[in-house]
Ligand binder design. Structure first.
Ligand code: ADP
Length: 248
């Protein structure tokens, strides 16, 4: 049997801010079509990891390989195939859905019919087809988040990294978004790394990477994590393995 294609690979990644050791010897892989949760309490190092995976800065030690490339050799090739949704919302509220998508698509070199088709592909996926001319400000928080995700998918990325993408959403919108993104991984074979401190969001992930104090403390399926901790539910397993309280 063929090995699944490795989309992202981290080997021995460490990063300090002065005396603060934000990441220490972090290693893991992601394959095509996987929805993987990066679960850890605030301050665990998730955002730092995302900044390194998106090439914003280099680790002090270790190697990051995306689509078989590294940022020192071919940053443009990686960025062309990477989708990023950062924690802070970054869509323009005064532009319409279409204007936001169109602007971003052009940054990726899309134009004409190709751009139009890609925008249609994403607005259909997220149910925006009839409201493309609406200003983003008029949308609910969940819809604004979807516009941002639609935008990140315009270039049909092979890897989508999402840093606490449900921040500020209510419980039903959170659940719906998790479901949408899990379906996306399966249907489009995108590899997805979903960072969160909320256990229920990764309950059905293919794998959960547990991170605490900058170190990976477990990298397993949700069921394996429960077995490892000897608990019946994932919240208790998280508390036992990452030493967190429920609110993480
Ligand atoms: P998370 O996203 O899991 O909350 P972060 O990556 O933001 O974790 O933070 C990891 C550690 O690094 C924390 O101790 C945090 O205070 C520290 N840190 C993050 N960014 C900076 C920075 N720019 N300068 C100094 N310390 C930082």
């Amino acid at each position: 049997m063929n090995e699944p294609e490795k989309i992202l690979s981290l080997a021995g990644v460490s990063k300090s801010y002065g005396k603060i050791n934000a990441l220490h010897d972090v290693s893991f892989d992601l394959s095509a079509g996987q929805f993987v949760g990066l679960l850890g309490p605030n301050g665990a190092g998730k955002s730092t990891l995302f900044q390194i995976i998106s090439g914003l800065f280099a680790p002090d030690e270790g190697a990051v390989t995306v689509f078989g490339q590294n940022y020192a050799n071919d940053p443009a090739e990686i960025l062309r195939r990477l989708g990023v949704v950062f924690q802070e919302r970054s869509v323009d509220l005064d532009m319409t859905i279409k204007e936001n998508l169109s602007f971003h698509g052009r940054l990726f070199g899309l134009s004409g019919k190709r751009l139009k088709d890609r925008i249609a592909e994403q607005t259909d996926r997220f149910g925006f087809a009839d409201m493309q001319d609406r200003r983003v400000r008029q949308l609910s928080g969940g819809q604004q988040r979807k516009v941002e995700i639609a935008r990140a998918l315009l270039n049909r990325p092979g890897l989508l990294i999402m840093d606490e993408p449900t921040a500020g959403l209510d419980a039903p919108s959170r659940r719906a978004l998790v479901q949408d993104i899990r379906d996306l991984a399966t249907e489009s074979q995108v590899a997805i790394l979903w960072a969160t401190h909320l256990v229920d969001e990764v309950e059905y992930a293919d794998r959960v990477i547990l991170i605490r104090d900058g170190q990976v403390v477990a990298d397993s399926t949700p069921n394996e994590l429960k077995d490892m901790a000897g608990t019946a539910d994932l919240t208790d397993a998280y508390a036992a393995l990452a030493g967190t309280s429920e609110n993480g």
